[in-house]
Design a protein around this ligand. Structure first.
Ligand code: ADP
Length: 363
């Protein structure tokens, strides 16, 4: 993006020359210093990367400039003063504090350009630094929340495993059915820990923007059929998933893992949060410009208040009862959808059902 420079100069001839020259390289806004100099002080509230001003503007506006610099911290907002030698002596300490660089008249073009570039470079560095600091902080935040929840979420299945292995070890007279039952519970708990771990790792990874897309040609209809079969296999009881497919079944290019994450999470949720005798509807519409996936259930629904926070990490709605979950599935879905430049929306009504719609553009 082109750097934006705000120019606040009293002297109109200087101003014109400066604007003429700099607008070849930068986006320029010019403040009006005549009259009450109000427009200039308004411009100081708008975004810019560098402010070039003269002694007059500095005298008028130094408080505003300092406030603006403060407000941008820790990001560096450079101010360049254009001055003549006699001015320099007149400038008081207060005014100095608002300035990062000065250039004396008559202005030499190359020198001006170099100074401007140096200041803008510092600005860019500090912007980058700030962005990575924010990302780092978000990631740290997520990690500490994970540690808090992990101790809680991991403990249940872990206790199950420990408990039943101890029983298997110590109880002499277990029937084969009991043994099989215990083993199944252990396996289920282990699987749950596996899912939890996967979810957390994916979330942290995609939060750190380290997921890279690897698009491959996918025959969508077949892909969805296989996915449904896979999900059904992982269920404790048989369920009906009504799959409808609209449009040409041409191959589409998507990252398999991401697509699988999106659909598996939505379908599992639809199954998890509805009664076992209800049907889950899964519709895929292939359009020339995008693919629309719709997952509809007749389950417990989501209240309007809960809908607002649904995509926050670890958030679970108040009506989940004892349905197990991590509150990470939809975070993963949202991140995957965002990576595609797609959209996700939902409509829901308590005790009636929920419909999630994901639209992924076909690049
Ligand atoms: P979880 O592992 O808890 O299912 P998700 O991130 O997948 O986590 O979903 C977050 C929350 O959104 C769930 O805890 C649940 O409250 C709500 N939710 C998601 N899908 C549905 C659905 N189909 N029906 C009702 N509630 C849902």
């Amino acid at each position: 993006m082109m750097a934006q420079i705000l120019i606040l100069l009293k002297q109109s001839e200087n101003r014109r020359l400066l604007v003429e020259y700099l607008k070849q390289y930068y986006e320029i806004s010019v403040g009006n210093l005549t009259a009450q100099s109000k427009p200039a002080s308004l411009l100081l509230n708008e975004p810019f990367d560098l402010c070039i001003l003269d002694g007059v503007a500095l005298t008028y506006l130094w408080e505003k400039i300092q406030a603006r610099k403060q407000q941008e911290q820790p990001v560096f907002l450079p101010v360049l003063l254009i001055t003549s030698h006699p001015d320099v002596k007149l400038i008081t300490r207060n005014l100095w504090e608002s300035i990062d660089e000065l250039i004396t008249k008559p202005i030499e073009k190359t020198e001006l350009r170099v100074r401007v570039e140096m200041l803008l470079r510092s600005r860019r560095f500090s912007l980058q630094l700030d962005a990575s600091l924010i990302r780092e902080r978000k990631l740290n935040d997520l990690k500490s929340r994970f540690i808090a929840i992990a101790s809680h979420e991991f403990r249940n299945p872990l206790n199950t495993i420990l408990g039943f292995t101890r029983l298997l070890e110590t109880k002499r007279n277990l029937s084969p059915t009991q043994q099989a039952d215990f083993l199944q519970r252990i396996q289920k708990a282990a699987r749950r820990m596996n899912v939890l771990l996967d979810d957390v790792l994916i979330t942290i990874k995609s939060e750190a923007n380290s997921l890279t897309l690897n698009p491959v040609a996918i025959a969508l209809k077949l892909f969805c059929h296989n996915l449904i079969e896979e999900i059904k296999l992982s269920l404790d009881e048989p369920r009906t998933i009504d799959f409808v497919h609209e449009g040409e079944d041409n191959e589409v290019y998507f990252d398999q893992t991401l697509l699988q994450q999106i659909l598996t999470n939505l379908l599992s949720n639809a199954l998890k949060y509805s009664s076992s005798d209800s049907i889950v509807y899964f519709k895929v519409k292939i359009r020339p410009e995008a693919v629309v996936f719709q997952v509809q259930d007749q389950g417990i629904g989501i209240s309007p208040q809960d809908q607002q926070k649904l995509f926050d990490a670890f958030y679970r709605a108040t009506n989940v009862g004892n349905v197990p979950g991590t509150g990470l599935g939809l975070v993963i879905v949202k991140q995957a959808v965002d990576q595609y430049g797609g959209t996700i929306s939902l409509t829901s009504e308590i005790n009636v059902g929920t419909t999630f719609t994901v639209t992924l553009p076909l690049a």
